[in-house]
Design a protein around this ligand. Structure first.
Ligand SMILES: NC(=O)c1ccc[n+]([C@@H]2O[C@H](COP(=O)([O-])OP(=O)(O)OC[C@H]3O[C@@H](n4cnc5c(N)ncnc54)[C@H](OP(=O)(O)O)[C@@H]3O)[C@@H](O)[C@H]2O)c1
Length: 283
């Protein structure tokens, strides 16, 4: 488990989860979590394990999902495992059929499955597929999933929780073009759709996350000593949003970056190319 150092404690204020409220709100509900085989999605499933609810866990790695199911079902939650590559039309169709067959419908969808890529433009020249695969899982998959399930959520006055990134609210940074563009695309879709969804009685929540210590960031050496949230903490934040129904979670300090992004754009756009050249990072 990732233990916070002093700086992390300051940056990521602790979250108090009211277990009683959580149990009361989620009792008997059906909750779909995409990307539940590792990181944030997996921890969220464990945070909900003592609730008498039906968890539908989705990801490609079935064996991981089955291990999680086995552990969780020793507690109270009922678990259905659905292995699917959400970029594949046939596999997504199977999942949608499965969801539409649920006797009690769907109450909460946590749109969490995602793929990040850290690569310079120079190294991407022959890798157009990086852009299609990030868009496929970070944008098209959640849009397709939600378009199909909105009627189910409307019937149950449900909730959609989008696991997003703080980068969607800040000036984009070099080396993350594919990831940031695809996460921002879905964030924009979701925020644009939210008023219409809210009008149908569906709650919408965007969770804007800084770095989180999950397998996603392991390949990026520069992040090894960078302050990062623990996935358990993030799972608690997501669970809390299931009873507060707050529209947004973002770290307290994000407003500083947002102000900087607004007034510092020109300066940053001048400084960044020089900085990259100086450090020989353009390759
Ligand atoms: N870690 C961070 O620093 C950070 C920061 C901000 C936002 N986020 C967001 O948090 C979410 C969860 O990421 P994480 O950090 O927990 O990373 P993770 O441990 O790598 O988890 C990603 C999950 O997505 C699933 N997934 C990936 N491609 C899929 C596909 N084609 N079809 C179905 N499932 C797929 C993976 O399962 P399989 O491989 O088994 O399919 C896995 O369960 C992502 O949306 C990410 O953008 C993460």
């Amino acid at each position: 488990m990732h233990r916070y150092n002093h700086i992390e404690k300051l940056l990521f204020c602790s979250t108090l989860l009211n277990e009683k409220k959580l149990h009361r709100k989620l009792e008997g509900k059906t909750i779909l979590i995409t990307g539940a085989s590792s990181g944030i999605g997996k921890e969220l499933a464990f945070v909900l394990k003592d609730i008498n609810a039906h968890l539908i866990l989705v990801a490609r790695r079935e064996e991981q999902l089955l291990l999680i199911k086995k552990e969780i079902e020793q507690s109270s939650a009922k678990v259905s495992v659905f292995s699917a590559d959400l970029r594949e039309i046939a596999e997504m169709d199977n999942l949608l059929h499965f969801l539409h067959r649920q006797p009690d419908g769907i109450d909460i969808i946590v749109s969490n499955a995602g793929l990040s890529i850290n690569r310079s433009i120079e190294k991407s020249l022959e890798r157009y597929h990086d852009y299609t695969r990030t868009m496929a899982i970070n944008y098209f998959a959640p849009v397709q999933l939600l378009l199909s399930t909105i009627p189910l959520l409307e019937k149950n006055k449900g909730q959609i929780i989008n696991v997003s990134t703080i980068n969607a609210l800040l000036l984009p940074i070099p080396f993350w073009a594919a990831y940031q563009a695809s996460k921002s695309a879905f964030d924009t879709w979701f925020r644009s759709a939210a008023p219409e969804l809210n009008g149908k009685g569906i709650s919408t929540t965007s969770i804007y996350l800084p770095l989180v210590k999950t397998p996603m960031i392991e390949p990026t050496a520069a992040y090894r000593n960078t302050p990062a949230m623990s996935p358990v903490h993030v799972a608690n934040i997501i669970a809390k949003s299931m009873y507060t129904k707050n529209k947004i979670y973002k770290p307290w300090w994000l407003f500083i970056g947002q102000i900087g992004s607004l007034i510092g754009r020109r300066i940053l756009e001048k400084i960044l190319p020089r900085l990259l050249l100086k450090r020989g990072l353009n390759k």
